[in-house]
Design a protein around this ligand. Structure first.
Ligand SMILES: Nc1nc2c(c(=O)[nH]1)N[C@H]1C(S)=C(S)[C@@H](COP(=O)(O)OP(=O)(O)OC[C@H]3O[C@@H](n4cnc5c(=O)[nH]c(N)nc54)[C@H](O)[C@@H]3O)O[C@H]1N2
Ligand SMILES: Nc1nc2c(c(=O)[nH]1)N[C@H]1C(S)=C(S)[C@@H](COP(=O)(O)OP(=O)(O)OC[C@H]3O[C@@H](n4cnc5c(=O)[nH]c(N)nc54)[C@H](O)[C@@H]3O)O[C@H]1N2
Ligand code: SF4
Ligand SMILES: [Mo]
Length: 754
């Protein structure tokens, strides 16, 4: 008899509800859950193939251990013993920093990753913590950390109520949204236009989102901060600045920001942006005069040389046009879980050993991991633990990293596949199927355009002989602390819970400050694993039952009774309550940001731009006939590096092509379907050409996450149609200097027939 189960999709940030049909443990059909309070039945091609992701025959079900050079199957005990033999010894001999960690994107889609990676990182006591954040959204964290005092207080566009949405460097019709959790963004963008609203897309490419917009501005890569500065300069010139009433008197540094940005007039910057000045001015006027309007910036604005400035200026523009923390503007979500109040935000609490790059949100830029592995000296990295990451394909200068990790003394990968990265592993620890674990979106409920809470219990009973991902992470933590496996993970979990309870009670902003920790522990009961921690966070959270304070409030039990989720309503204004700055104000003019405006201004002066190193010369992206500017793209049927093995998704299509404008193709003798050689200062590759006028002349596009033909990769479908690793072309020395985020867009390349 088939059974059905309701579950939130873990494959992207949209958090759609899935209705799964199962025969035994096998998913035989997936539909959108029409009763889901947020997604209302929406489903994309990836979600529809959720079952194929889970049942992929290449997924590992037992650990692998390297013996005589070969990655062979091993028992869990053997795999753990292998790690216990080496990991503590490496740290004892070479110091804690000799072990680095890389945390990949799927951790954020996984309750175990969200709750148990931190204990592992703490146990390792290393400064060499890296994650996919520094090839993604780190500039936004740093910008919000400085402005609002909380790197996780990220305003999201109130898509359902806005009448003008300006999208910079994002393609939500394909990505389904990022730092903007909303199922069915295609439908929501249609609805915006149906109610008479306008969508403006600013992107070097006429993307699917741009093609369906009211206006598309084909900006040159890397010039968003200039464009946004010119919007502010126009607001100043035309006296259009009007803060939201409730924020008057709450903003510090406003005069300084205005003084600094006045110079960046539309007339001055427009040629560098590749746009007409008047269109920038019109954009400023439209933002200022539309009562419900919002600017939203995403990946194209963060993975570039001015990532922090662009992220900052998005919020500056929203504030100055009266749209920050206001209905229909950019608003702060209020998720259901308790979030511990952090110390005042600060970057640079430590620096990377080799390049002296500053820490941000507890991590160092992954772009410098190769340097830390290959540069001898005290503190050299000799071991690496990856959890849900594939840095060889997803971080800059992938070839150099590939070579570096091959020489490590120990590589442990927590991953279900033998990938471009984990092929070098000494031990691979595969997590169980997503069907066997509970799901709750701690990260994405804090970025959602409505306040929603939705819990999914495991669909398939966990196998008692296979560790769940949280057990695996706690085992690694215990090993790092010198314990010998087998580890009592229930005891380790009790310790983690005790710390979490103490943390909640110690938090002066928590509702439970006067509670007795033992009472809370007793109320949470004896059930190790993420459910219990989640229950604590929900009950202590703003809508929670407060362990008796509000009997009608939220708890895990309450969510279990609502399998389609609980809608907690539209976003509400949250300032000043959500501010965590020391001053209690919005700090609009962080010193480092203001200082970086000098570099930005240098992009405008042709004489200065000419002196900048090529990787920083983003403003000079206008095609000079020889050098082209490379950007990336996503496809509806991909998910970073790890969806290409799902046969039903890939469908044998050639998705990894170099897209370029017909004029750029013709003058180089390139034809559609032919092969081009693409060369940057870092590397070179050959790739199939796709000629399209979707790109503006001078800009070419190549997706990331491909390149699955390296020796040893065990992804049969992906290998058959491997594509190329675009990060062979990206430079690990090209960073946004404030955040340390890698520059993955706007790469100067030469393109010629192969
Ligand atoms: N050039 C270029 N590079 C980019 C980007 C770009 O636009 N251009 N985008 C960047 C962005 S935004 C991101 S987020 C990064 C992503 O970079 P990564 O996070 O390094 O890469 P993913 O491809 O997401 O790899 C995830 C790995 O997690 C494994 N995995 C999947 N599910 C689970 C699970 O439940 N548990 C565990 N333990 N493992 C799991 C997969 O098998 C895969 O090996 O790439 C970045 N790199
Ligand atoms: N189908 C699918 N969905 C995904 C993913 C996936 O791999 N596949 N990955 C997920 C992840 S990890 C993330 S982080 C999100 C990302 O979500 P988005 O940010 O929406 O995704 P991208 O398609 O990378 O959009 C970036 C856009 O920026 C443009 N761009 C490049 N350089 C510049 C520039 O300098 N300025 C401006 N204005 N635009 C520029 C590119 O042309 C591109 O259209 O998507 C998520 N969703
Ligand atoms: S849009 Fe994202 S969350 Fe929704 S079904 Fe597709 S992959 Fe899953
Ligand atoms: Mo990402």
């Amino acid at each position: 008899m088939p059974s059905t189960a309701i579950r939130t999709c873990p494959l992207c940030e949209a958090t759609c509800g899935l209705e799964l049909t199962l025969e035994g443990t096998e998913v035989t059909r997936v539909r959108g859950d029409r009763d889901d309070v947020f997604s209302r039945g929406y489903l994309c091609p990836k979600g529809a193939l959720f079952g194929e992701f889970e049942h992929d025959p290449d997924r590992l079900t037992t650990p692998r251990v390297r013996r005589d050079g070969e990655l062979v199957e091993a028992t869990w005990a053997e795999a753990y013993a292998h790690i216990a033999d080496r990991l503590p010894a490496i740290q004892a001999e070479h110091g804690h920093d000799a072990v680095a960690v890389y945390l990949g994107n799927p951790n954020v889609h996984n309750l175990s990753g969200q709750l148990y990676v931190r204990p592992l990182v703490k146990a390792l006591r290393t400064r060499n913590v890296h994650s996919a954040s520094s090839v993604d959204q780190l500039p936004k964290h740093v910008s919000c950390g400085e402005l609002f005092g909380d790197p996780l207080a990220i305003p999201v566009p109130d898509v359902d109520r806005t009448d003008l949405l300006v999208v910079l460097g994002a393609n939500p019709r394909v990505s389904n949204g990022s730092l903007m959790t909303a199922p069915d963004l295609p439908g929501r963008l249609d609805a915006l236009r149906d109610r008479g609203g306008r969508l403006v897309v600013i992107d070097p490419k006429r993307t699917r989102t741009a093609a369906k917009a009211d206006e598309h501005l084909a900006i040159l890569p890397g010039t968003d901060a200039l464009l946004l500065s010119a919007v502010v300069a126009t607001l100043i010139q035309e006296e259009l600045i009007a803060l939201p009433d409730h924020l008057d008197g709450l903003v510090k540094g406003m005069d300084e920001v205005l003084d600094q940005l006045r110079w960046f007039t539309a007339g001055r910057v427009a040629p560098t942006c590749g746009l007409e000045a008047e269109r920038i001015r019109e954009l400023a006027r439209a933002l200022a005069t539309t009562p419900r309007a919002c600017v939203y910036g995403r990946l194209g604005t963060t993975t570039q040389p001015y990532g922090t400035l662009a992220s900052w200026l998005v919020d500056v523009v929203n504030l100055l046009t009266g749209h920050l923390d206001v209905d229909g503007g950019a608003m702060f979500p209020h998720p259901a879980h308790h979030r511990t109040r952090r110390r005042p935000f600060r970057t640079g609490r430590w620096h990377s050993r080799v390049r002296g790059l500053p820490e941000a949100i507890g991590e160092l830029p992954v772009a410098t991991l190769t340097d830390e592995i290959t540069t001898p000296g005290d503190g050299q990295v000799r071991a690496l633990i990856t959890v849900a990451g594939n840095p060889v394909l997803s971080t800059p200068d992938g070839e150099a990293l590939d070579a570096a990790i091959a020489d490590l003394d120990l590589l442990v990968c927590v991953d279900p596949y033998v990938t471009a990265t984990s092929r070098h592993a000494d031990v691979i620890l595969p997590p169980p199927s997503a069907l066997q674990r509970p799901h709750y979106d701690l990260a994405f409920s804090a970025l959602a355009i409505r306040n929603v809470a939705n819990y999914s219990p495991p669909v398939v009973a966990p196998d008692p002989n296979v560790p769940d991902e949280w057990e695996l992470l706690l085992t690694l933590a215990a090993i790092a602390l010198g314990q010998q496996p087998p580890i009592d993970t229930a005891a380790a979990d009790a310790f983690v819970l005790r710390q979490a309870v103490d943390g909640v009670i110690a938090d002066p902003t928590a509702r439970l400050a006067t509670h007795d920790p033992d009472e809370l522990l007793a109320a949470l009961g004896e059930r190790p694993g993420p459910d219990r921690l989640l229950d604590l966070l929900l009950r202590a959270g703003p809508y929670g039952d407060g362990f008796g304070l509000d009997p009608d409030g939220l708890s895990l039990a309450e969510l279990r009774d609502h399998p389609h989720g609980i809608d907690l309503g539209p976003l509400q204004p949250r300032l000043p309550e959500a501010l965590r700055t020391a001053s209690g104000h919005i700090e609009l003019a962080p010193a480092a940001f203001v200082a970086d405006l000098t570099r930005l201004a240098g992009e405008v002066e042709p004489a200065t731009a000419a002196e900048a190193p090529p990787s920083d010369a983003a403003g000079d992206g206008l095609s000079d006939g020889a050098t082209l500017t490379l950007i990336g793209r996503r496809h509806l049927r991909t998910n970073n590096s790890w969806s290409h093995n799902v046969a039903g998704l890939a469908k044998g299509q050639q998705l990894c092509t170099l897209q370029l404008h017909p004029d750029d193709a013709t003058c180089r003798g390139l034809v559609d379907g032919g092969t081009a050689r693409v060369t940057s200062t870092t590397g070179s590759l050959e790739v199939t050409v796709e000629v399209t006028d979707d790109l503006r002349p001078g800009v070419v596009s190549l997706p990331h996450g491909f390149g699955h033909d390296l020796p040893g990769v065990e992804q049969t479908v992906a290998r058959a149609n491997p594509g190329v690793n675009s990060n062979v072309l990206t430079d690990r020395h090209a960073l946004d200097p404030i955040s340390g985020n890698a520059v993955l867009n706007g790469i100067p390349v030469e393109v010629a027939p192969a």
